[in-house]
Design a protein around this ligand. Sequence first.
Ligand code: ATP
Ligand code: MG
Ligand code: FE
Length: 352
Amino acid sequence: MLVLGIESSCDETGAAVVRSDGTVLSDVVQSQVDLHARYGGVVPELASRDHARNIDPVVREALARANVGLDDLDGIAVTNRPGLVGALLVGVQFAKGIAWSRGLPLVGVDHLVGHLLAVFLRRPADEDAPRPEFPFVALLASGGHTSIYQVDGPTADACRELGGTRDDAAGEAFDKVAKLLGLGYPGGPVIDRLAAIGDASRFPQKAPMASVRSLEFSFSGIKSRMARHVADHGRPKDEAEIAALCASFQRAVTDVLAKKLVQAAEMNGVSRVVLGGGVAANRELRERVKTLANARGIDSFVPPLASCTDNAAMIAYAGAARLGRGDRDGWDLTATSQTSLLRLTRKGRGAR
Ligand code: ATP
Ligand code: MG
Ligand code: FE
């Protein structure tokens, strides 16, 4: 089965052609990072307009690179949640247009399910890498979400949240700390780069909620401590100091993420862990997860960078799983800001 995936939930316009076995025939991502950089975050109205401008050329490019026409497709998958509603609607309406005009089946995909399944994509560079079997425990750490899920199958109804952040998402913390240090937006890649040359022991940070035997996270405290440091000492000018601050921040955050992921797998008797979401591109996190999992006899599966950050290939793959079991959405498919995945409530009961 050949599926066209369309992604426009935030600040990346994406289109990809993917086979249901995960083979990526094309994956086009048009980032809006430069557009939003001067505001230090995503401006929703600008995002929607840019998606509207770019979606047609991005889809054409994805079809051209895959060397397929619309008539070769077996279905269309589009991110319809969670995200900025105005941005999502651009993709959803465009997908409906194509599906209607060619009589193709259409499915909406939860962006978070896309991130959780991105590990199954087969790109030319990692075609032979091992893929996990179900069930696995996955850490989804991105700009808007940070949670641990047990994933029993390739659809939203088979994903269960085991724990998540009480406040900021990990990626949001990276972005805010980078802003504080005057490093620009998005913060993750810059901090990653500087941390590699910084001395993490110069300003040691405690990993947030590391000692609690729960699977919850909190990243607002560490961000406030970084802000206080900058307020007390002024914005650091020398590169060694900036790098040291980045290194200590990154050490604390990646340490708690990796530990709780492995802990979650052990608590649930699952022997495989998986990474997903933009923060999974972080080199220290990737290393840490491999090392910790290895030490506990747990298999770890870490997707290549292009599969971690936002892309439409993961949406096409998740859509193929839905289409494969006969799911179809109608012309009334809507966009919503909320995920369809079960969320933990304070009492531990699931809620949508
Ligand atoms: P969501 O998926 O929750 O809707 P999003 O789509 O904006 O949010 P992604 O594109 O998956 O999120 O991830 C973007 C986030 O990943 C940003 O916060 C960015 O700073 C972070 N990020 C990207 N690369 C790295 C890295 N190397 N280290 C740490 N964080 C990173
Ligand atoms: Mg993004
Ligand atoms: Fe994302």
